[in-house]
Design a protein around this ligand. Structure first.
Ligand SMILES: [Zn+2]
Length: 321
């Protein structure tokens, strides 16, 4: 219901929205053509900015704002932090834009919700390096909020939490060891590694050799070169290569947000093994999540409680009715 949800933005009437973009700007949930969402939103009093530079130009004049990525970017989401290219919009930039927009002029205070939404996606894929980069990205966004807090410590509350854990991620799979630095050798998300493997198949057809596949894994994951593999790990990759490229039995691994070449999925599993990261699920788990809070009313957030308490406590502290 991308189209219908887009229509809800002006109805909800918040001052500022930001995100990847509009995925189905002219198509309803029942696949009917509909009037473009863009003029509808503009007629409701919103200025649409495409990218941070455009936001900076339009921000002072705008009454209400929707900030999305530039034309040509994948509108479904921001790219994974690990896959980011120069000029891609970041969560920290969005947070900075939101704070500057919501504090211009009126000074009546504001509520802002920022989600590092693809931590969840990467966890659904059990893709360890991508998860870590997404968490760092979220941390950079929190730093922006924290800078604001430092300027207005008595009036600002920051609450950082998650709506759930995903993947059942465990640190240390035995031997009291953890090799997180190994993750630095992964150059791209599993999604892009998968695309690179598909491209290799398209380019060379049935003539892809183990050496070709190996070269790709050296380049993208640092296997063999920076990260020595055990005999068993090499066998896992070799067996999957045989299946995918010799027997040509390619069964894509499907998780909630990705479809993955099986060789890329195996590479990701090997990377988790090397880093000594364990996964217990491809879905959401019932793990407890931390709630960090700083600033005005932050003491309200101590203790163990149901997640539905969080908005109630924020409302109480902020004096919202
Ligand atoms: Zn999820």
């Amino acid at each position: 219901m991308y189209y219908e949800i887009a229509l809800d933005l002006p109805k909800a009437n918040f001052d500022f929205y930001a995100g990847g973009g509009f995925l189905k700007p002219t198509t309803t949930a029942d696949k009917k053509e509909a009037p473009s969402i863009f003029p509808i939103i503009e007629e409701a009093g919103y200025t649409i900015a495409k990218g941070i530079d455009d936001f900076k130009v339009k921000s002072t004049q705008a009454d209400k704002m929707i900030l999305i990525q530039k034309d040509g970017a994948n509108p479904s989401c921001l790219p994974y932090s690990i896959d980011r290219k120069d000029g891609d919009m970041t969560l920290a930039e969005i947070t900075e834009s939101a704070v500057s927009f919501l504090t211009k002029g009126k000074n009546k205070g504001f509520f802002l919700m920022v989600e590092g939404g693809k931590i969840d996606w990467a966890c659904h894929s059990n893709d360890p390096a991508t998860v870590f980069e997404e968490v760092i990205d979220m941390d950079n966004a929190i730093k922006v909020a924290y800078e604001f807090y430092k300027k207005h410590p008595k009036e600002t509350l920051i609450v950082v939490t998650a709506d759930h854990e995903t993947g059942g991620l465990g640190l240390g799979t035995g031997k009291y060891e953890l090799h997180l630095k190994a993750l630095k050798n992964q150059k791209q998300s599993q999604d892009l590694l998968s695309t690179a493997i598909t491209d290799l198949r398209k380019a060379k057809g049935h003539n892809v050799t183990w050496e070709d596949a190996k070269a790709l894994l050296v380049e993208k994951m640092g296997f063999w070169k920076e990260l020595p593999l055990t005999w068993e790990q090499e066998k896992m990759l070799r067996d999957e290569f045989e299946q995918s490229f010799v027997k040509n039995k390619v069964v894509f691994e499907e998780t909630l947000y990705s479809k993955t070449e099986p060789l890329a999925a195996t590479a990701r599993k090997v990377m988790s093994q090397i880093a000594m990261i364990g996964w217990t699920s491809g879905s959401h788990t019932a793990e407890y999540v931390p709630v960090y809070a700083v600033g005005a009313g932050s003491k309200e957030f101590a203790g163990k409680y149901d997640n539905t308490e969080i908005p109630k406590r924020i409302a109480k502290v902020a004096g919202y009715k």
